[in-house]
Design a protein around this ligand. Structure first.
Ligand code: HEM
Length: 162
C-alpha cells in the first residue's frame, strides 16, 4: 500500500514537472519570437549599413532624382557619407535596433527640396532594387517599405504634375 502510494506520488511529480516544463518552454518560445525584431532578422547593423550605402549611392547618381534642381544642388553640397550615417541610424532605430537617430526631422530636412511624387516613386523603385540585390526576403522587404512609406507625407511636397 505504502509503495503504491509512493509510486502514485512519484508519477504525480513527473506529471507536474512535465506540465511546468512545457509551460516554461512555451513561454520561452514566445519570448524568442518576440525578440526577433526586424533589425535582428535583417542581420543587424552591418548588413543594414551596406544596404543603406548602396541605396544612397544609387540615389545620388540617379538622373530622374537629379533632374530636380534643388535635390541636385543639395546633393553636391551635402556629403553622401553624412546621409549614409543618418539614414543608417534611422533605419537601425526604426527596425528595433540599438541606435538612436539624432538628425533633423524629415519635414525640416526635405522641405526645401520640392520632392515630387514621381521622384518619390523613383526612390522607392531604387530601394526595392537594392533590397532585391541583397536578397532581403519578401516579408522584411515589405516591413522596410512600410517604414519608408511612413516618411512620405513629410518628404513629398509637390505633386507629379507640378
Ligand atoms: C525622393 C526621395 C529622397 C530624396 C531625393 C532625398 C534627398 C535628400 C537630401 C538631398 C538631403 C540633404 C538635405 C540638406 O541637408 O539640404 C536629405 C537628407 C536626409 N534624408 Fe533624404 N531624400 C529622400 C528620401 C528619404 C527617405 C525615404 C529617408 C528615410 C527614410 C531620408 C532620410 C534622410 C535623412 C536622415 C537626412 C539627413 C537629415 C539631417 O540632415 O539631419 N530621405 N535627403
Amino acid at each position: 500500500m505504502f509503495s503504491r502510494k509512493m509510486s502514485f506520488c512519484t508519477a504525480l511529480s513527473f506529471v507536474v514537472i512535465l506540465l511546468v516544463g512545457s509551460q516554461v518552454a512555451v513561454a520561452q518560445n514566445g519570448a524568442e519570437e518576440k525578440e526577433q525584431s526586424l533589425y535582428n532578422r535583417l542581420g543587424g547593423l552591418a548588413p543594414i549599413s551596406v544596404v543603406v550605402s548602396d541605396f544612397i549611392n544609387a540615389l545620388v547618381a540617379d538622373d530622374v532624382i537629379n533632374s530636380n534642381p534643388a535635390v541636385d544642388a543639395a546633393r553636391k553640397r551635402v556629403p553622401a557619407p553624412y546621409l549614409k550615417y543618418h539614414v543608417t541610424a534611422m533605419v537601425c532605430q526604426a527596425t528595433g535596433g540599438p541606435c538612436q537617430y539624432h538628425g533633423r526631422g524629415m519635414k525640416e530636412s526635405h522641405a526645401h527640396l520640392n520632392i515630387t511624387e514621381q521622384e518619390w516613386d523613383r526612390s522607392v523603385t531604387i530601394f526595392k532594387e537594392v533590397l532585391a540585390k541583397h536578397k532581403v526576403p519578401a516579408k522584411e522587404t515589405q516591413e522596410l517599405l512600410d517604414i519608408i512609406d511612413s516618411t512620405k507625407a513629410d518628404i513629398v511636397v509637390a505633386g507629379s504634375g507640378e
